[in-house]
Design a protein around this ligand. Structure first.
Ligand code: NAG
Ligand code: NAG
Ligand code: NAG
Ligand code: NAG
Length: 220
């Protein structure tokens, strides 16, 4: 099932992005250069200004502000930091769902759904790990620490990151969907799963939004 859903991702991607952020909509809410300068409030204002356009601005700012110094005023580094945090969140969700799957108290249907979750979230960790590596490369090139790739390769790389991060978001959604219905333990279990996974879904949506803004900055 995960495989067939993955195939439809390129079609779903633009829909996900439109739902996830504001930058795509005729440049709305794209921070003005005067708002993101280092003069007013230092680099934290760069993070804050970009986070304001994401779907979950408070979560974005809370998770990325601590990395403001390392982000500086680079959108590439902001995207890298967002993927770092999302990767971390995916590892946390996987661990939490592993503990849940190992707990003998679940109904059989829920236990199976929990095992499916662990496997899907494990995939998400791998995909986000690849995304982080790709952004690390992009940042090294931007800073002249690695030879510049061709525009075509850079475009391919950013498109790959968008595909991987949106697959990670889908994995999180599908994990929660697996607990629909009474046989999977009802509302209590569903709520517990949501608590362990929704953070990852929101972080992925924010990261997608920022990577997409970065992609739009790169000439085609
Ligand atoms: C973002 O977080 C920083 C640090 O926690 C805080 O100082 C700042 O006011 C926040 N900005 C917004 C727009 O929420
Ligand atoms: C802002 O970014 C620059 C360049 O990355 C960094 O050297 C500096 O420490 C940062 N300043 C603050 C206040 O975060
Ligand atoms: C991403 O994480 C790596 C490894 O922890 C770290 O070295 C790097 O500075 C982080 N990137 C940003 C932009 O914060
Ligand atoms: C992941 O868990 C660690 C340890 O509990 C925590 O410090 C970190 O903030 C969590 N990261 C995310 C993105 O949830």
């Amino acid at each position: 099932m995960a495989g067939s859903l993955r195939l439809t991702l390129p079609l779903r991607l633009s829909a996900v992005l439109l739902l996830s952020c504001w930058f795509g909509i005729a440049g709305a809410a794209r921070p003005a250069p005067s708002d993101v300068g280092l003069g007013r409030g230092g680099n934290a204002s760069f993070v804050g200004a970009w986070c304001a356009g994401t779907k979950y601005p408070a979560l974005c700012n809370a998770t990325l502000s601590p990395h403001a110094a390392s982000v500086g005023a680079s959108l590439t580094r902001l995207a890298w930091a967002a993927l770092n945090v999302t990767h971390d969140g995916a590892r946390n969700s996987t661990k939490a769902m592993k503990r849940m799957a190992a707990d003998g108290h679940l109904a059989p249907v829920a236990a199976e759904a929990a095992r499916d979750c662990v496997s899907m979230l494990g995939d998400a960790v791998d995909l986000l790990g690849q995304s982080v590596e790709a952004m690390e490369e992009a940042a090294a090139e931007e800073e002249g620490q690695a030879p510049q790739q061709s525009r075509r390769m850079a475009r391919f790389r950013v498109d790959s990151v968008l595909t991987w991060a949106s697959a990670a978001l889908t994995d999180g959604h599908m994990c929660m969907e697996g607990f629909k219905g009474q046989a999977a333990g009802g509302g209590g279990v569903r709520k517990a799963v949501r608590g362990r996974v929704v953070g990852l879904v929101h972080l992925s949506a924010n990261a997608l939004c920022i990577v997409n803004a970065m992609a739009n900055q790169t000439p085609p």
